[in-house]
Design a protein around this ligand. Structure first.
Ligand SMILES: NC(=O)c1ccc[n+]([C@@H]2O[C@H](COP(=O)([O-])OP(=O)(O)OC[C@H]3O[C@@H](n4cnc5c(N)ncnc54)[C@H](OP(=O)(O)O)[C@@H]3O)[C@@H](O)[C@H]2O)c1
Length: 365
């Protein structure tokens, strides 16, 4: 896949370029100086600045038709007189936001729908976790210009996703960057609670590519808006929006659930006939159910379970299970797989229902 890279001449940017090539991607890098990057196979170097929209347009236009740009990564940073983060700034205060704004406009022209940016811990929802001293230092030093610019980038990405449901973005909020070796990256969620102080640039480069290739960190829809930045350095067990439907698509649903799904294959009389592969959720996790009027309910036995199916196509995207009538049993076979990272299927002995009842159902199916 061809990646458009902004900031490829920088410390994290050059490692991100190397990581992309090691994963067999091709890269178009827009850099200010033609000698900023060595010429090498699978890299197209375009000279220009992201502050000039025409330079970005040229970059997109230069990609071969057989290998167009599909995704953007930005590792831009505020320009400074030295690598010291406190050094005097040399770039416009809105370098990153203006570059992202220009890039979004060109992405739109070319139908490119994903952008991954390197942000920083301490911005937006992770600010509170920074602590008063850290925030005071940021606010009273020339770090502020970088933090404010990152925040503007975040707002631009959010606004774009509000306008275009297909637009996907990940803002990777790294903690302090060092030049150590690549290690496993852990995530700490949007607020960064418990995050450590440092992460290596190599680890961040790997994570940026993980975010490019995977969809588990993408923001999916403005309807169920969540801030979707990651503070890299710890584990985040974040739920994602899974979309599904019946066969004729008269019934559509959205379920908020982990990308890792524990499924149960029940051998009861109806599940085995239907081939229902289910996972039970709380009702609140069903974020939308469109076309409910097309659902017919079939009941038998105690009548507790509501076996819902589409009147048109007969497919059952969800039921109200007898074992947990406060929730829903979602039919995994009706879900889109984009946001599924893993599944684990456990047989469920629905023929001996009373014994199964003793088990904790929600989250385990
Ligand atoms: N340092 C940390 O501890 C830390 C922690 C968390 C997050 N971050 C974030 O990580 C990101 C990357 O940091 P880094 O240290 O890898 O960056 P860096 O080495 O400073 O690289 C900055 C990049 O931005 C480009 N750039 C700067 N001014 C520009 C301008 N006026 N016009 C066009 N391009 C310009 C540079 O191009 P040239 O080569 O042409 O100058 C370079 O490619 C930053 O956004 C930073 O805020 C840093």
């Amino acid at each position: 896949m061809r990646i458009f890279l902004l900031g490829g001449s920088g410390r994290t940017g050059s490692l991100t370029l190397a990581e992309a090539l090691s994963r067999n991607h091709t890269v178009t890098a827009l850099v200010r100086r033609p000698d900023a990057l060595p010429s090498q196979p699978n890299v197209s170097i375009i000279t220009g600045t992201p502050l000039n929209q025409a330079d970005i347009s040229n970059s997109f236009a230069s990609a071969p038709r057989s290998d167009p740009i599909r995704v953007v990564i930005s590792t831009l940073n505020t320009g400074r007189t030295s690598d010291n983060p406190w050094a005097k700034t040399t770039s416009p205060s809105n370098l990153m936001a203006e570059s992202v704004r220009n890039t979004l406009a060109v992405m739109k022209e070319h139908g490119v729908k994903k952008m991954v940016v390197l942000g920083t811990n301490g911005v937006g929802s992770s600010r509170a976790n920074g602590g008063w001293l850290f925030n005071w230092i940021v606010d009273h030093s020339n770090l502020k210009v970088t933090f404010d610019d990152h925040y503007e980038v975040q707002k631009l990405l959010e606004a774009e996703a509000e306008k275009d449901v297909d637009f996907k973005w990940v803002d990777v909020r790294a903690t302090g960057l060092d030049n150590g070796e690549k290690k496993e990256v852990k995530e700490f969620g949007n607020e960064g609670k418990g995050v450590g102080w440092f992460i290596s640039r190599k680890s961040v480069a790997g994570f940026l590519l993980d975010a490019v290739e995977g969809s588990q960190w993408d923001r999916q829809t403005p309807l169920y808006y969540m801030e979707w930045q990651l503070t890299v350095c710890a584990i985040m067990n974040t739920e994602v929006l899974h979309k599904g439907s019946c066969h004729c698509k008269k019934v559509n649903l959205e379920v908020l659930h982990s990308p890792d799904i524990e499924l149960s294959e029940c051998n009861c009389s109806i599940c085995s006939m239907k081939g229902f592969l289910g996972f039970v959720i709380e009702k609140s996790a069903l974020k939308s159910l469109q076309g409910e009027e097309n659902l017919e309910v079939y009941k038998f036995g105690t009548g507790t379970a509501q076996h819902m199916f589409c009147k048109c196509c007969g497919i059952s995207p969800l039921t109200v299970p007898r074992s947990y009538p406060e929730g829903y049993n979602i039919n995994y076979r009706c879900l889109a797989r984009d946001n599924v990272r893993s599944i684990n299927v456990t047989p469920r002995d629905g023929q001996n229902w009373e014994q199964e009842m003793a088990k904790d159902i929600v989250g385990k199916h």
